[in-house]
Ligand binder design. Structure first.
Ligand code: BGC
Length: 744
């Protein structure tokens, strides 16, 4: 509920907006609703309305680009803090860090003079092969919403708007601007929309980005159902809808639904759908001027909120980038994000005092990731890779040898970035200078996509040849080191915008190397950096496995802190790591990574909901993550309060010898559900820090809505009477406490 004072301020603001609007000519209004450069909207100087400066992206503020070409401006002042990706952030299961990360991103964006930061990416990870999964948080809507809300609040604390993206269900990169996704309402409302709803209603996001894809026949940027009925009417959103870059296809359709600001990858700004073409439609009377007024109102409202205009203009925050405080929080987040998947015989942590000769193997030990991935790329102030982090930690008295172990071919040119790659080079147009070529846009995408797949295939022989020698070197050296740390995984040639991974395997023959290494010695510490799950066929032979998502500028330090035991790992998987891709829902129904149309026919049943339903054992389940200590759960009580809310209490005790943090996860499992429902669904979680031997009592409240499902006929969430099991787990498989409540 708005306070009385806020309400009256809102009224004043709306009056001011109307006054401004009355002064504006049609041309001025049109100027405001489309890009005037690749990342900036048009200004109306006569009325002191500034342009809106936007910037990517989710892992830090992207480098400056030229106004009309997809080429970095080449500045020396646009290096920034490189932040952990959203997949890393979500693995912390620490929502306070979500606020802090949002706050850093907002401060850095403002410090760089930005108004809107094109983040966070909160699409639900439907399939592990989606190329942009690294930018997203989780396969689960509850976890995603829990992180999105504080992240947005943190960003906006700096007088910068979050632009939560990509609304909605942007689940694959292949054919991303044309693919039509058929989704039923129940799946949409239960799985793909909740995090966006929370972003808007609880996070108060000032803006939202329409996705490229179509939903049920209509492009998201021109989708009346999505933008008008759901976003504006059902959720009451009064902020700005920004198109994904090039996501608007038709002037009239987009204008007549709640799309406010058209941005694109093309430099022909006057020909944008919301520029001259829309102006003509208005002049011909085919579209009313009121449709444009509504957009301008939304833009002005956001500008007021950001103190870009209006009475509070002089008190707008200035932000700051590259501060020491930012780096410290980034390090803490990186440390909390890393997931210890396996640790037999307490192989980890390593005791640095016992090591004289340390061998590090693997190209990812010495790879920098910040400058890749597409629009999430960053020009990092610095990035500490795992090898550097390890060496910085152990110092000069330990001899650290490094061997790449496997061969990574040079970066294929077409992966430079999706936006540049979408340019038709054959027409003799310089790369980076995109020119609108709609007829061929999709054909170009297909061509580029298929060339990429071919390139990956053709590299295989080269990799195989080069690996022979690299493998031999690694195996020989592994025999006489005191400890061996392997650092493999993925990179942004696979975790990348515009492409989905061809399979779920580790690239560059890493599996072969790992198998051979494990034969030479059982105690190889296997560590990985990557943005999405990989198959680990050798996992039963391995003793220690540590997984890190792209964890930002301090990745290497965090790695060393965990490997040598200064930090006790507390990350848990925010997505399922399947044993093999064939086990996944979309791999079974064939509805992923197709051109043209996909049907999300599995509904809610992907990720752990699917693995639960079909009793498939994944390699590492949702919510899994080990610690160097152990936790005991006890004393579960359940109480129905006020006939409605369900109050849970339980205790978590650290029964090991060192301090650590544990995330307890609360799942609801309907017993004898009348409707088709997942076996269990995450509804709450809590992370507790405990010193050795200490216990903490946790209290949580579940609400009626946590028990509900979406009824398509009634078009609302309803709760069935009956029994529900409440499960408290250390992961979705490791359930420690159970209780039953009856809802009447
Ligand atoms: C991406 C967006 C990004 C925009 C601007 C698009 O291609 O999908 O996530 O914010 O470009 O770079």
């Amino acid at each position: 509920m708005l306070k009385r004072e806020e309400k009256s301020n809102d009224k004043k603001r709306e009056k001011e907006i109307e006054k401004l609007l009355k002064k504006m000519t049609l041309d001025e209004k049109i100027t405001m609703i489309h890009g005037a450069s690749l990342f900036r909207s048009g200004a109306v100087e006569r009325l002191e309305i500034p342009s809106i400066e936007t910037s990517d992206g989710p892992m830090g503020v992207r480098a400056e680009f030229m106004d009309d070409r997809w080429i970095p401006a080449g500045n020396q002042d646009d290096m920034v803090s490189y932040m952990p990706s959203n997949s890393a952030l979500a693995s912390t299961w620490n929502t306070e860090l979500a606020y802090e990360m949002g706050d850093i991103l907002g401060a850095e964006a403002r410090g760089r003079g930005k108004d809107v930061i094109l983040a966070p990416g909160i699409n639900i990870k439907r399939d592990p092969l989606c190329g942009r999964n690294f930018e997203y948080m989780s396969e689960d809507p509850c976890l995603t919403a829990a992180f999105a809300v504080p992240f947005i609040q943190g960003v906006q604390n700096n007088d910068v708007a979050a632009c939560v993206k990509h609304f909605a269900a942007n689940v694959q990169e292949k054919d991303r601007s044309m693919v039509n996704e058929m989704i039923d309402d129940r799946t949409l409302y239960e799985i793909y929309l909740p995090a966006f709803k929370a972003a808007v209603q609880e996070g108060g996001s000032y803006s939202i980005m329409g996705a490229y894809n179509k939903i049920n026949g209509f492009h998201c940027c021109e989708n009346k159902r999505l933008l008008d009925e759901i976003l504006r009417q059902e959720w009451g959103f009064d902020g700005v809808v920004i198109s994904d870059w090039g996501g608007v296809h038709k002037s009239k359709e987009a204008a007549e639904c709640s799309m406010d600001l058209e941005m694109s990858i093309f430099p022909d700004f006057d020909e944008y759908k919301f520029a001259n073409p829309l102006k003509k439609l208005i002049q011909n009377g085919e579209v009313s001027e009121e449709t444009v007024n509504a957009k301008v109102r939304n833009l002005l409202r956001m500008m007021y909120r950001l103190k870009m205009i209006g009475p509070k203009k002089d008190s707008r925050k200035a932000g700051a980038y590259n501060t020491q405080a930012h780096r410290e929080t980034i390090l803490k987040t990186a440390q909390e994000s890393m997931v210890l998947l396996k640790n037999e015989d307490h192989l980890l942590p390593l005791d640095v005092k016992k090591i004289k000769k340390l061998l590090v193997i693997g190209a990812n030990a010495a790879t920098l990731h910040s400058n890749g991935g597409g629009s999430a790329e960053i020009k990092a102030l610095y990035e500490i890779c795992p090898l550097a982090g390890i060496k910085m930690y152990v110092g000069g008295n330990v001899k650290v040898d490094y061997i790449p172990g496997y061969y990574v071919p040079g970066k294929p040119e077409m992966l430079e970035n999706w936006q540049a790659a979408s340019v038709d080079e054959e027409k003799g147009i310089e790369v980076g200078q995109a020119v609108r070529d709609e007829a061929n846009e999709n054909e170009n995408h297909k061509k580029g996509y298929n060339e990429w797949i071919e390139k990956l295939k053709s590299q295989k022989t080269e990799i195989h040849e080069k690996n022979k020698e690299l493998f031999a070197q690694a195996l020989k050296a592994a025999k006489d080191a005191d400890a061996v740390i392997f650092v493999g995984g993925l990179n942004h040639e696979f975790d990348i915008e515009g492409y989905d991974r061809p399979d779920m395997k580790l690239p560059y023959e890493q599996d072969l190397l790992i198998e051979a290494l494990l034969e030479v010695r059982k105690d190889v510490i296997l560590t990985f950096v990557g943005g999405s799950p990989v198959e680990m066929p050798w996992r039963n032979q391995a003793k220690a496995i540590l997984w890190s998502y792209y964890a930002g500028m301090e990745t290497g330090q965090a790695f060393a802190n965990i490997l040598f035991g200064d930090v006790n790992p507390s990350g848990k998987l925010a997505e399922t790591f399947p044993s093999k891709y064939e086990d996944c829902a979309a791999a079974k129904n064939g509805q992923f990574g197709k051109w043209g149309e996909i049907s999300l026919e599995e509904g809610a049943y992907f990720g752990y909901r699917h693995f639960d339903r079909y009793r498939i054992k994944p390699a590492f389940c949702f919510g899994h993550g080990l610690s160097y200590t152990e936790f005991d759960y006890s004393g579960f009580t359940l109480k129905v309060e006020k006939g409605k809310d369900i109050k849970l209490t339980f205790s978590v005790k650290n029964i090991g010898k060192r301090a650590g943090a544990e995330t307890a996860q609360i799942y609801i499992a309907p017993i004898a559900a009348k409707e088709n429902r997942p076996d269990k669904e995450l509804k709450a979680f809590v992370k507790v820090e405990l010193s050795a031997g200490k216990a903490k009592k946790v209290s949580l409240t579940l609400r009626q809505k946590d028990f509900s499902y979406f009824d398509e006929q009634l078009h609302k969430f309803i709760v069935d009477e009956g029994d529900y099991e409440i499960l408290v787990g250390a992961s979705c498989e490791d359930i420690r406490l159970r209780g039953i409540v009856t809802l009447n």
